[in-house]
Design a protein around this ligand. Structure first.
Ligand SMILES: Nc1nc2c(ncn2[C@@H]2O[C@H](COP(=O)(O)OP(=O)(O)OP(=O)(O)O)[C@@H](O)[C@H]2O)c(=O)[nH]1
Ligand SMILES: [Mg+2]
Length: 453
């Protein structure tokens, strides 16, 4: 895009509400003209210079403000852009936004500033997604991952993978051009080897999503166990111990209560569940479908056992789930000493902690253990990893196309046929960068931004 006379947009870029400062942003061809009609200062407005002055609408004085102008193309959006910092009052912000609209600006849609930055070539689509992610990041690990996305590290890796594919395509197309002449043809084995090398890189990025998803969305951490074992008490104990960062997750109706805590570099989404029936029957356990779903979805599962009950037993779990489980041997304040030593032996092979959720002992050890479990996953992962499902899906499709091209090469198909699949792989990789992404997907991505970003 970037055509002239595109609309000029305005929005509050800071959260609504009262605060020390609020920032209203204008972007588009008329930004400078609009601010000049509303702002009076003894100093001239100049590119990148913060200028102090006073804001007026046609009814009179509004507020003092610092106005910074950025001339196209050297601005966030690539267009003329103005940032107005005024006192953080919803009423004052409304006045100045209304005044900008009267001067011809339109209210910005969610993410429209960043969408314009993308359309004007200031960033690729993966970087734009990084902007949204860094705003919503709620832990050090999420911040680090989104900063890497925003800085273009994911985009760089995708570009490198793309150029490796382009190299293979070039070799095959060169052969096409010189078909009539005697030129050295690259052996099919060599082509297959090169495609497989690219495919291995894609595969490891796809695998990194396991960890990346946890980082971006938080570690899903259901608290399960028989009725009355102390799950809710443990849930409350965590919330007292660690700072709560998010209230119940939005949108979904569920019987489970979810709260997030931050431990170390990670955000854990603790989910208090209803007690699972006391049964030896693993199948019956699995039949409780909601709990089952949650257990399957869980990244770290806290299994609470009431050790004041000397008959308490633990349900058998599949290997896949066992790997994610931490046993919480609760009510240690009531447990008989001989039982504790028996339990230590019984749980020797599994990650477990003794605690009293009621008297808040052993809680810190549990949270450290939860972090340890996640860090193990991290070590298995790439240094740059993908955090967004959209990227994983595009990589999956690219991978499929590469595999098709290998099959095609093995089948002895001519170069022009092999190249079709390779080009398809390139298209899928391009959707990550936003080069061949359709309008609906773009709108969907930017609609998840806040207004003013
Ligand atoms: N002495 C002692 N009592 C505890 C401890 N943890 C929980 N309790 C008590 O055990 C009872 C059940 O605790 P909850 O936290 O409600 O147990 P729950 O697993 O959430 O129970 P359901 O939701 O019914 O499945 C309550 O009376 C708690 O006060 C503990 O560490 N020590
Ligand atoms: Mg409960």
């Amino acid at each position: 895009m970037g055509e002239e006379n595109k609309s000029t947009i305005v929005a509050l870029s800071t959260p609504g509400g009262f605060g020390g400062i609020a920032v209203v942003r204008l972007s588009g061809d008329k930004s400078l003209e609009i601010i000049q009609n509303l702002f009076k200062s003894s100093q001239q407005l100049r590119h990148r210079l913060a200028v102090f002055g006073r804001l007026y609408d046609k009814h009179g004085y509004i507020d003092t403000a610092i106005v910074t102008c950025f001339k196209a193309p050297n601005s966030y959006t690539g267009e003329d852009l103005v940032e107005i910092s005024l006192h953080g009052s919803p009423f004052l912000c409304d006045l100045i936004i209304t005044a900008c609209k009267k001067e011809g600006a339109l209210g910005a849609a969610p993410g429209e500033f960043t969408q314009r930055a993308f359309l004007n070539g200031k960033m690729d689509l993966s970087q734009a997604e990084g902007v949204a992610d860094i705003i919503y990041s709620a832990s050090r690990s999420a911040q680090t991952a989104s900063a890497s996305l925003l800085e273009g590290q994911v985009g760089d890796i995708i570009s490198k993978i793309k150029s490796a594919v382009v190299d293979i395509v070039s070799v095959l197309e060169l052969e096409l051009d010189f078909q009539e002449e005697e030129i050295q043809i690259t052996p099919k084995n060599e082509i297959i080897k090169q495609i497989n090398a690219v495919s291995a890189k894609i595969e490891s990025l796809i695998n990194s999503y396991n960890y990346g998803k946890i980082i971006r969305e938080g570690v899903v951490c259901p608290i399960i166990g028989p009725p009355n074992s102390g799950k809710s008490s443990l849930f409350n104990a965590f919330l007292k111990e660690e700072r709560v960062i998010v209230s119940p997750s939005p949108g979904t109706t569920r019987d489970f209560i979810e709260e997030s805590i931050r431990v170390g570099d990670y955000q854990f989404r603790l989910i208090d569940t209803a007690g699972i029936r006391d049964t030896d029957d693993a199948v019956e356990f699995a039949g409780v479908s909601k709990s089952k779903d949650l257990v399957n979805k869980g990244n770290v599962i806290l299994y609470v056992v009431d050790i004041s009950d000397s008959n308490a037993n633990v349900l058998p779990l599949s290997d896949e789930i066992s790997e994610k489980v931490i046993y919480i041997l609760n009510k240690s304040d009531l447990a008989k000493p001989h039982l504790i030593s028996k339990l230590k032996k019984q749980f020797a092979g599994q990650q477990h902690y003794f605690c009293s959720a009621k008297y808040l002992t052993g809680i810190h050890e549990i949270t450290s253990g939860m972090v340890k479990k996640i860090e193990r996953l991290h070590q298995e992962s790439e240094s740059v990893f993908i955090t967004r499902l959209r990227h994983k899906e595009a990589l999956d499709l690219a991978q499929k196309s590469l595999m098709k091209s290998v099959d095609s090469t093995i089948a002895g198909n001519p170069s022009e046929i092999i190249v079709i699949d390779l080009r398809e792989a390139l298209d899928h990789l391009d959707t990550i960068l936003g080069k061949t992404t359709n309008e609906d997907i773009l709108n969907n991505i930017f609609s998840h931004f806040c207004i003013g970003k």
